[in-house]
Design a protein around this ligand. Structure first.
Ligand code: NAP
Ligand code: ZN
Ligand code: ZN
Length: 348
């Protein structure tokens, strides 16, 4: 059995998103029904809505930065109660048995995690995400939003927050470390805030100096334009860690040259085109080029608690449903400051 929820969906790669009614499964024994209050717009939503990562199953409700209130719990739910402030990120399930799931890295489940949208759920149905008034999720993939974090600024933490927190922690960002963030968008601005809160010295590498004032206010110590070729000469061999959040193809080799010996550049940006690098960019300086996918469930809770402790949320622009398509165009034009968040009460 199921119930119907007002939502917004993508119907094809080339049409604007439009109102849709999504079917949600009834609440099972270990499920939580969440009344979604806010849903962030991640660039991955756009890649998916437009089939940029391969053919998307349409219609699809995207959105994996979900914040809301628990409205109903199944009889075997132990972690949440009606009225709790909760979030859901990019995954809604995984096998829970493989070595990666057991290690808390459900995002790297050997059988593939179940994505919050455009993925196939255990019951064979296609999953639908957060641009909707409600969602039903197994309690193990629900996060608690701590007191002190408003739901609207917390929503983007469920993807942009954890996607940058995880590599910053994994590669030990902290005091004495030089961290560069490439691209000051949704992920980039969270990377700046988090790396600063962890005590690292933070540099933004943006396409222009347009957002310099914001970058410095968010916690960056330095800000440079990558359009200025001199930037790559002056900053040669400067960083321990570079977090690349860029959603498009870029000259990876040029950025690798900015790493110190043993430095690592981590790709979290996921462009549809392949990236490539000349081997000497890695050989010279024993440099590493890595990737990182969101974070595990326990780590996501750790990130939310860290953000609450540091009073750190996303910089947001709250929009209504009718502004979603316009917001997509602004994200594509790098004109987002710094995350659009949908007020889901406007979804009908
Ligand atoms: P976003 O808000 O659009 O930010 C991307 C930023 O990259 C832009 O604001 C812009 O910053 C810069 N940029 C865009 N186009 C560029 C170009 N052609 N050349 C150089 N810089 C460019 O996107 P987002 O939501 O942060 O997502 C960023 C990427 O990460 C997307 O590909 C998304 O799918 C991916 N992602 C990956 C994960 C993961 O787990 N690995 C999770 C979430 C998202 P400036 O204007 O400052 O240059
Ligand atoms: Zn995302
Ligand atoms: Zn698994």
């Amino acid at each position: 059995m199921s119930f119907q929820v007002p939502a917004y969906a993508a119907f094809s790669a080339h049409e604007p998103l439009a109102p849709y009614t999504v079917e949600r499964r009834d609440v099972g024994a270990r499920d939580v029904r969440i009344d979604i209050k806010f849903a962030g717009i991640c660039h991955s939503d756009i890649h998916t809505a437009r089939s940029e990562w391969g053919e998307t199953p349409y219609p699809v409700v995207v959105g994996h930065e979900i914040a809301g209130i628990v409205a109903e719990v199944g009889p075997e739910v132990t972690k949440y109660a009606v009225g709790d402030r909760v979030g859901v990120g990019c995954m809604v399930d995984s096998c829970r048995e493989c070595e990666n799931c057991k290690a808390g890295d459900e995002q790297y489940c050997r059988k593939g995690n179940t994505g919050t949208y455009a993925s196939t759920d255990a019951d064979g149905r296609i999953t639908h995400g957060g641009y909707a008034r409600a969602i039903v999720v197994t309690e193990d993939f629900v996060l608690r939003i701590p007191e002190g974090l408003e739901l609207d600024v917390a929503a983007p933490l469920l993807c942009a927050g954890i996607t940058t927190y995880s590599p910053l922690r994994h590669w030990n960002a902290g005091p004495g470390k030089q961290v560069a963030v490439v691209g000051l968008g949704g992920l980039g601005h969270m990377a700046v805030k988090l790396a600063h809160a962890m005590g690292a010295e933070v540099t933004v590498l943006s396409q222009s100096l347009k957002k310099q004032e914001d970058g410095l206010r968010l916690g960056a110590d330095h800000y440079h334009s990558t359009a200025d070729a001199d930037t790559f000469t002056r900053l040669h061999s400067s960083f321990d860690l570079i977090i690349n959040t860029v959603s498009a193809k870029l000259d990876v080799g040029a950025f690798l040259g900015l790493l110190k010996v043993d430095g690592t550049m981590v790709n979290v940006g996921a462009p549809d085109e392949s990236l490539s690098v000349n081997a000497f960019a890695l050989i010279n300086g024993r440099r590493s080029w890595a990737g990182s996918n969101i974070g595990g469930i326990a780590e996501t809770q750790e990130m939310l608690d860290f953000c609450a402790e540091h009073r750190l949320g996303a910089e947001i622009e709250v929009i209504g449903a009718e502004q979603i398509n316009e917001a997509y165009e602004r994200v594509l034009a790098s004109d987002v400051r710094y995350r659009f968040v949908i007020d889901t009460s406007t979804l009908g």
